[in-house]
Design a protein around this ligand. Structure first.
Ligand code: NAP
Length: 241
């Protein structure tokens, strides 16, 4: 079994996920570049390898059982275990988006990817994570998911979000439930808030670079054994649920 830390980042062919993979690669880790489109994944992995990273493409659509099962088999054959899972893949609806007029198909699509996709991938990868000496799971959340921030007068979270923000709130809620269930194991699981990052997700309107946005997930992926679990973080520290 390889001594190298092995990580998988979902939705790593572009945006924040790509920069998380790049950052983990710079640590000398072996990084699976999860991508629902194999060509896009292969080209991202090739770019990372050209920059010196040990990166390989993992075809992975988080909404597809067969695709996730194939990804598990691929990691198992390659490394026999998984040390770090970063559930980064995500989709956004419109912005701003009023709950009163939202298309329920949009809600369904976002829940399928941002919530059920994370559960599907996490549960499928758990057996491999349990074989690791220092397993970590990072769920890519958002400040807009925080009910505390959403209900604090004067906090600007960019307007109404009828679907996207609630899916990330759901993700936060399941992060807490996983942390409780896994509290007797060595698996640490936390949520990351990358900030407002210029990517395809928001038409590149964000004010931070993807590299800046990747920093908190990289930190949570590299937590020491006595690090926190079941919490939500940004670059400044704990974010209230
Ligand atoms: P992005 O550039 O649009 O990247 C999203 C990634 O997710 C892409 O690689 C995309 O693949 C992938 N993806 C979407 N659906 C997928 C599926 N069914 N299976 C596998 N991969 C899938 O957006 P980003 O800003 O980097 O977002 C990354 C994460 O950060 C998301 O979870 C997002 O909600 C979160 N986030 C972003 C911001 C921000 O300001 N940008 C703020 C807070 C949180 P394709 O290339 O094939 O579409």
């Amino acid at each position: 079994m390889s001594e190298k830390t092995i990580a998988l980042v979902t939705g790593a062919n572009k945006g924040i996920g790509y920069e998380i993979a790049a950052g983990l690669g710079r640590r000398g880790w072996s990084v699976g570049v999860g991508a629902r489109d194999e060509q896009r994944g292969e080209s991202a992995a090739a770019k990372l390898r050209a920059a010196g990273a040990d990166a390989f493409c993992v075809p992975l659509d988080v909404t597809d059982d067969d695709s996730v099962s194939a990804a598990v088999r691929m990691i198992e054959e390659r490394a026999g275990r998984l040390d770090v899972l970063v559930n980064n893949a995500g989709v956004a609806g419109g912005w701003p988006e009023q709950p009163s007029t939202i298309d329920v198909e949009t809600v369904r699509r976002l829940v399928e990817t941002n919530v059920i996709g994370v559960i599907r991938v996490t549960n499928a990868m758990l057996a491999l994570l349990r074989r690791s000496a220092h397993p970590r799971i990072v769920n890519q959340s958002s400040h807009v998911a925080s009910l505390a921030l959403q209900t604090t007068p004067g906090v600007d979270l960019g307007g109404l979000s009828g679907a996207y923000a609630p899916t990330k709130t759901y993700l936060n809620a399941i992060t807490i439930q996983y942390a409780k269930e896994l509290s007797t194991s060595n698996i640490l699981i936390n949520g990351a808030c990358p900030g407002y990052v210029a990517t395809d997700l928001n038409g590149f309107s964000g004010t931070q670079t993807p590299e800046q946005g990747a920093a908190i997930a990289i930190r949570l992926a590299s937590l020491p054994d006595d690090g926190p679990t079941g919490q939500l973080f940004d670059d400044s520290g704990v974010v209230p649920w």
